[in-house]
Design a protein around this ligand. Sequence first.
Ligand SMILES: [Zn+2]
Length: 752
Amino acid sequence: MDSQSYIPGLNPAEPGPLARFTPPLEDGVVSAWLPLHAPAGSWVLDPFGFSPRLVLEAARAGYRVLVTVNNPITRFLVEMSARPPAEADFKAALADLAAAKKGEERLGTHLQSLYLTTCEKCGNEIYADSFLWRKGEDAPYARLYACTHCEDSGERAVTERDVENARKIAGTDSLHRSRAFERVVTLEDGDRVYAEEAIEHYLPRPLYFLTTLINRLDSLNLSPERRRALNALILVACDAGNTLWDHPAERPRPKQLNVPHQFREHNLWAQLERGLAQWAQTGAGVLLEAWPNRLPESGGICIYEGRLKDLAEEVQKQIPIQAVIGSLPRPNQAFWTLSALWAGWLWGREAVEPYKPALRRRRYDWAWNATALNAAFTYLFELLHPGTPFFGLLSEPEPSFLTSALTAASAAGLDLQSVALRTEHDPIQLLWTCGEHLKRQPGEADLEDVRESIHTRLVERGEPASYLHVHAAGLICLAKAQALKQPNQEFDEALRATQSLIQTALGGDPRFVHYSTGENVETGLWGLAGRPAVMPSGNGSPVQDEHRDSLSDRVEIAIVTFLQKHPRSIYLEIEHDLYPRFPGLLTPSKAIIYAVLSSYATKEGGEWKLRAEDVAAARRSELNNITALIEAIGRRLGYSTRRQDKNYLWEQNGRVERTFYILASALIGRALAETPYPPEQTVIVIPGGRAALAAYKAQRDPALAGRVKKVQIVKYRLLRALIELPVLTRETFEEQVAGDPLEKSKSQMMMF
Ligand SMILES: [Zn+2]
């Protein structure tokens, strides 16, 4: 298996409506991958339709994207992102809504008045942005507002009137609640109880707001385009109106329908207006068709509403699918259940019918996920030609999700080609190809092979890794051996066996060290005990010298080398150069890239440029100065200085008293490896500008931190200051050197 390099992208400035339920993907990734695997104009299939952005980006890149969408809300999102109404339609639809009558009142005025409150400072009547609630209570405890009269803003305790308003609206709640579920299921429906439970996640005020709006929809007499626009705005309000908004927002991406202990009730009128701004940004027109209509070669999106199973029979042989893309679905009980509710509210019961099982299912575990993915992959296998590439994005990765996806794919005849993993906060980029046979000879899961595979990856890395990284290494080994699932195994059994095998491999081997405060194998970091002098490569031959450096040291070297050759580069260019050098599981994090950049370079107008003092020639002359300083200070203290390889030794009567290793970089690991003297004698000298980077490396690598603690690291400027002292004794020297820790800031340094 040859590891592909991670394809860098950009975080979208505005991730769009319902972003907390759509996969967090970077823009520019799929449009960079596609041309490498299929010419523009080809048919590309997204079997999951999980990410509207992904589908849109592929279509914009000139591909004919066939997408299966089962969830009516996701389908709506795909349609809207491909062909959004004009901004004028959004505005007109909202204006029409506001102008509709509710008794004597305008509907807009009436709905906004639900959020009236009094400014604590100036006493004027204003609209609250939100109310804050504690779970189980019948009134809010606080409100958030920004007063338009006196500029008082922030969180304030509720007033008696706020409490009364909340209770008053709760008095009429049962009527609105039954209206809300009758739009989703009939009274006699067996699923009624599930719909009722889902609606429990709406407080009385937002439920009143939403049902009032929805009941008005049909009498508004809007053009189809404006109706679509209004639906889109209401959808934003439907999401803003539930109780799944924890305060403060610690879990901004809910997966379960659980009411947080403290949550935020949004002002839904303000959310309609916010929706207008969000939707207006979504878009450019892309050709949109519904299956079985076809798309021209110039590309577009063709939606198949239904299950992949049914599509497989229809597509087979009719359309040559040249590549598959998709954000792998992960279970989201909250979104799936709410989608069924919202579909009913927006389009009525018929729209919910095909999706109704989503209301019913309460628990989605990884075995369920693997079984469902496997079914999808199996249909996929049937409609693809052997060798067809499949680019899968696994967002919000966690070990069980990755196990589930790789096991499901392997059991469906897809061959894993590559796993590119950056951190547990970035989507994993997976590449499969469609194999020759659905059923293959399964291999034996071998504990020693898994162990060796993990060991090799950690040697390559040269520094500890997250559990997700070592888990992925184990999975890759098992996938290669076709050993993720035996034919007679159920998925839950196979997933458990894999997890236990990998954890046994880690736990039962003294070569592995777990850096963690807890017992849980999945927290903290995994590294290697001891550090072999020459690290063997996978095939037993000696590795290149550079492999003695840790991953972060190699990344530092690569970035500086790149910036020396390409001054004034933008961040994305740096990533483009870097990732192919560190493919697969080695992909460096953005954090380490930024740590190196801010140590060596400055950013001007989006471009990174080495600091004047970090240009190679300047650093070389600086190194000579520091060498001279060490000799001069040594002389004053009565030592002679001698160079031995890369170390400078202070000697007295032929005995080594102190050793110095001078760095222009933050390659502390290399300095330690090249210093054969006792740590208590060792001084590593670094430029002040490297201190933060060195400290950062020690912080992300507990093994390095342990070794750094035993030696002394001082900055160039300490030596410069010492030579200026009128009286310099060995005691002063020891004191000053001990008082110059890595973390110490510049201002504290200026004490003499
Ligand atoms: Zn005020």
